[in-house]
Structures are given as C-alpha cells and as structure tokens.
Design a protein. Structure first.
Length: 241
C-alpha cells in the first residue's frame, strides 16, 4: 500500500480538502476584511510615493520627453507580472488613450486633472512580446541575456530603456540596464523592497523604489508610477509644462 493510502488518502496530504462544517458568514466577513486591508495598504503606499518620488518623476518625464522629441524609442522589459506590466506600459506610450479617457491612474491620491490636450504616441517596444525570439535567445545564449541581446541589436543612443523588477535583482534586467548604459540610452528602473542590486552603484539614471515587502503591492504601485510618468511625459511632449 502506498504511503498516501496508509495515512488516509489525499486528505492526509491536503487536509483542507476534507469536508468540514463551514461558517459561511464568517468566511465572507474574513474575505471582506482582507479586501479592505489590502485596498487600504495600496492606497497608503501610493500616497507615500507622491512625496517620495514626485521630483524624480518630473525630472524623468522631462528626460524621456527630450529623448522622444529627438526620435528616441522606449524599450520596456521585466519578468512574470513585471513583463505584463512592461507590455502595458509600452502599449500606453505607443497607443495612448484619447484625451477624454486619459485620466491619471492616481487621480484619487494626487491632484492631476484629466487631460484636455491631444496626446502623442511614441515608438515603444515590449521586449518580451516575441515568444520565438525570447525562447531562441534563452536556448542559445541564456535567459540572463534575453533583454540585453535585444537592446544590443535594436537600441541606440538616445533611446529609453525601462526595466521593471520587484526584487531589483533579476539578472536579465540588470544585464539589459548595463547594455543600455553602454549604448548611451536613458535608463529608468522600477523596483521594490529596498531596491536590491539595481539600487547599487548608480546602475540606472532614474530609479523608483516602492518600499514594500509585498510583491502584490509593489507591482500595483509600480504600474501607478508608470501611468503618472506617462501623464507627465505627455504634458511635456504637448507643451503643457
């Protein structure tokens, strides 16, 4: 008889699967309380970022706008959830919403009014969008170089490299930042925790650290920062500021 059979079957390994009386009202109450706590956490974290990064966001937006005005392109990259965020950011810059819908993502926590001026699209590429290229580079040269190799082939002086990493220690993101710096690209990093290796030795020109130990809160706050950065960049590009 197998070990699982001797100990009472799968329920011995996963006791929460065993039928048991459930206090549904208590479960719903716990879920509601948990949801409220998480919502409060992200609102508080977003509010803290206004004071922490306001001046840096404005300076970064001006630098990005200058790069785009000179013909620069945006390359965004990350892993896992950060990869999907990078794709969303690239789409936001390349295919921005119409003015009627272009409202800052943090309208509830910072006094940025809805846009009335036309928006301007810029060339933007998410480096994880091509599965064939990503798997080829992973297989042939190693996953730690999947973004750096693309920047070596596509990047040029004056472009913008934006890397997202919750830990700040993703090897492929760090290697891409190093490659971007060598090529004279403007580097922008978004990280969590204490910044990790990306916060060391001035690896990037503009670094935005989300001071949280929760991956979920970090990524939620990072995408907020990206939306604010896009909003500010648009204001410079369209001559509002």
């Amino acid at each position: 008889m197998s070990a699982v059979g001797e100990s009472g079957g799968i329920e011995a390994l996963y006791p929460f699967l065993a039928p048991a009386p459930v206090d549904r009202e208590a479960v719903v109450a716990d879920l509601c309380a948990s949801t409220r706590r998480k919502a409060d956490e992200i609102v508080a974290l977003r509010r803290s970022l206004v004071a922490l990064h306001a001046e840096r966001l404005v300076a970064c937006a001006r630098a990005m706008a200058a790069a785009f005005n000179a013909g620069g392109r945006l390359f965004a990259f990350g892993n896992g959830g950060s990869s999907t965020d990078a794709q969303a950011v690239a789409q936001l810059f390349a295919a921005p919403p119409e003015p009627a819908h272009a409202v800052a993502a943090v309208a509830s926590v910072t006094p940025v009014p809805a846009r009335a001026e036309p928006v301007r699209a810029v060339a933007a590429v998410p480096l994880a969008q091509d599965v064939a290229l990503l798997t080829a580079l992973s297989n042939d040269v190693g996953y730690e170089l999947v973004f750096a190799r693309q920047l070596a082939a596509l990047g040029r002086r004056g472009d913008v490299a934006m890397g997202l990493s919750t830990s700040g220690g993703s090897a492929n993101v760090l290697n891409a930042m190093a490659e971007a710096s060598r090529r004279g690209m403007l580097t922008v990093g978004l990280v969590g925790y204490d910044g990790g290796p990306m916060a060391q030795e001035d690896r990037v020109a503009y670094l935005f650290v989300v001071p949280s130990a929760s991956v979920h809160r970090i990524q939620e706050a990072q995408i907020t920062l990206c939306h604010v950065l896009w909003e500010l960049t648009q204001r410079v590009l369209t001559g509002e500021t």
